[in-house]
Design a protein around this ligand. Structure first.
Ligand code: FAD
Length: 623
């Protein structure tokens, strides 16, 4: 059935696998995507939403590179919000509420239109490894498919175990079976594996809810979108979410079920995502809080199913039901699906290189939840990077790595492979030391050209990015050249409580004052005219505003990043013998031996490696 040898086989069509397959195939590699159920491509296992704080930036980065997550998020969105708009632009984060079924369908349509990509539905039960090299996969029916590289993106499916109260059963997600075989094969060749846990709330029938008792949460009045491309448009209509609260009474009912909770009776042994705690965890940890927020999120345009965000639980279904019936607006609630928790195998990511290729087996890559992360966006970007690097390796080209000052994707991968993770890793803006550089508005400036150069981003994307860059930079220059007289500026300054001008000044300087907005500046002669004459769109105008308002911070961060990158250029030979460096602490030597950092900069980020150890290492590297 499979006579040819593929360049790349991707195991699993979740968020990581779908992006991996898209990237590898779009870069010209013959690619096979094998997944357990072709109906569930890029299925959203948990909340029907993409983006949010730091995650929205990742989706923009994927899109800027030519991945599909941004496009599909736009085409399947039912609500758009730019979060943190009241803070500086480094914090702005786009988020959409998604139509869950349409999301999966649109992903499948995108993939089916991708050249070089074949599909096959079955479980991969084993990996074919010869002389420390991956050469293919074995399916549960016993088929062998040969390939030059394999990307494992098994998500929560490896030996998945679902818990609801005192019941537990095998599964990779509710209604889907677990995947077996791969973990054993990997452990047999020397990989270290661990267990993690995550959970999800019940889904309910929207017709049984009383929304008049909740607070409406509409989308943005002027919605934006994720994709930089012209393939999608902002939403013309949106669906609202609603907010309600738990109460003391709800907490008491939940507590009644604690003795049957797998979280508390020791049945669940692994660690879950700290920042996405279950409702029982919240009640337990924040015992002084009388109520917790719940967001009531529609699952799509046409379905009545509703997702109860904030009520993730693995308590027995009768306890879940009784407690939810005590929440305002949920008095007559009917369940579609109970909440549950799941435990699954993951592989500590310190076993990977920056390319996401494993250190142990040549041509074998891991991406997504299998690496100990949580979240669709975190998974998707790893998939894209693994797909790119697998394709480049097959083409015998140089690897593609993003630095920490270039992308959240770079921060995520560097954190994972350098520090590892003991609990599900989620992206936050605070993880990035250069967040003023890594904004959602400039992901195209940062990444589109790089992606174009390796053969992924299209020429249209490249042209669009260049036009935005050229026009917004020209506008900045115009504001630097253009002067405004006090008679024109002072009424505006007075309105904004900003001190009046005594003599003419450049518009750029006036605009740099914190109180002054683009709307104010547009009232000065020569500004709006420039926008109209040069046909600047909203994105270009917004870009200009950011360049003016934050130029000082941006410059400062660029300088800091340049300094750090000097260490990035000091490479450490592979298999460098740390045990011979006696002037380095024992802990540092052990950690360095384990992680095998590629550069001195990466070495400096390993916990337990001190600045003193780095100075010693620099001497050994001839610096
Ligand atoms: P998945 O989306 O899990 O996809 C894996 C794919 O691989 C599936 O299509 C599966 O069929 C396929 N597959 C697996 N093994 C094989 C095999 N051997 N052969 C063939 N195909 C295979 N994230 C959050 O950010 N917050 C949350 O609160 C949260 N809660 C969650 C709750 C639950 C119950 C679950 C299941 C997930 C939750 N997640 C949460 C995680 C989120 O769903 C994942 O991070 C994301 O989906 C990971 O993407 P992935 O591509 O790595 O894997």
């Amino acid at each position: 059935m499979f006579e040819k040898e593929y360049d790349v086989i991707v195991i699993g069509a979740g968020h990581a696998g779908s992006e991996a397959a898209a990237a590898a195939a779009n870069m010209g590699s013959s690619t096979l995507l094998i997944t357990m159920n072709l109906q569930n491509i890029a299925q959203m296992s948990c909340n029907p939403a993409m983006g949010g704080i730091a995650k929205g930036q990742i989706v923009r980065e994927i899109d800027a590179m030519g991945g599909y997550s941004g496009i599909v998020s736009d085409t399947s969105a039912i609500q758009f919000k730019m979060l943190n708009k009241s803070k500086g632009p480094a914090m702005w984060s786009p988020r959409v509420q998604s139509d869950r079924m349409r999301f999966a369908e649109d992903w499948r349509l995108q993939l089916e239109q991708t050249p070089n990509l074949d599909f096959y539905q079955e479980m991969v039960a084993g990996l074919i490894i010869e002389n420390d090299r991956i050469t293919g996969v074995r399916t549960s029916l016993g088929l062998e498919v040969r390939s030059k590289s394999v990307i494992c993106t098994n998500g929560t499916f490896l030996n998945g175990l679902i818990h609801i109260g005192d019941k537990q059963f095998g599964g990779g997600r509710a209604g889907e079976r677990a995947a077996t075989g791969i973990t054993k094969d990997l452990i047999d060749v020397g990989f270290e594996a661990g267990r993690m846990k995550t959970g999800t709330p019940p889904r309910v029938d929207g017709r049984s809810l009383d929304y008049s008792k909740m607070t409406e949460q509409p989308g943005d009045e002027i919605p934006s979108k994720f994709s930089y491309s012209d393939e999608t448009k902002p939403l013309e209509k949106q669906r609202s979410c609603y907010m309600t609260y738990t109460s003391k009474e709800v907490h008491e009912i939940l507590k009644d079920g604690f003795d049957r909770s797998p979280m508390f009776n020791g049945r669940i042994k692994s660690l879950g995502p700290r920042y996405c705690p279950s409702i029982e965890d919240k009640i337990n940890r924040f015992a002084d809080k009388d109520r917790h927020q719940l967001f009531v999120e529609p699952e799509g345009w046409n379905t009545v199913e509703v997702y109860v965000n904030g009520f993730s639980t693995s308590l027995p279904e009768d306890v879940q039901f009784k407690a939810l019936r005590s929440v305002a607006g949920f008095e007559n609630v009917k369940f579609f699906r109970p909440g549950y928790a799941i435990e699954y195998d993951y592989f500590p990511p310190t076993q990977l290189k920056h390319t996401l290729e494993t250190k142990l087996i040549d041509g074998l890559y891991f991406a997504g939840q299998i690496n100990g992360t949580t979240g669709y966006e975190e998974a998707a970007c790893q998939g894209m990077m693994a797909g790119i690097n697998a394709a480049l390796k097959v083409q015998e080209k140089e690897e593609f790595i993003l630095k920490r000052n270039e992308a959240y994707i770079g921060v995520l991968i560097d954190d994972l492979i350098t520090k590892g993770t003991e609990e599900p890793y989620r992206m936050f803006t605070s993880r990035a030391e250069y967040r003023t550089l890594l904004r959602q508005d400039n992901a195209d400036f940062r990444l589109t050209e790089k992606s174009y150069n390796i053969g992924l981003a299209s020429v249209e994307r490249m042209r669009k990015m260049e036009e935005k860059k050229e026009k917004s930079f020209k506008f900045v220059q115009h504001l630097k050249d253009l002067s405004v007289v006090p008679e024109e500026a002072n009424p505006v300054l007075e309105k904004r409580n900003s001190s009046p001008m005594k003599q003419s000044d450049k518009v750029f300087k006036v605009f740099s004052r914190p109180q002054i907005t683009m709307e104010d500046v547009r009232s000065f002669s020569g500004v709006n005219e420039f926008i109209v004459e040069n046909d600047l769109n909203n994105e270009m105008v917004e870009q200009t505003e950011i360049q003016v308002k934050y130029s000082g911070y941006i410059e400062k961060e660029k300088n800091n990043a340049d300094k750090l990158n000097r260490l990035e250029n000091v490479r450490i030979p592979s298999n460098f013998d740390y045990s011979s460096i006696k002037s380095m602490s024992y802990e540092a030597r052990e950690k360095l031996k384990k992680v095998q950092p590629a550069t001195v900069s990466q070495a400096s980020r390993i916990s337990g490696v001190s600045p003193n150890d780095i100075s010693v290492l620099l001497v050994y590297m001839g610096r």
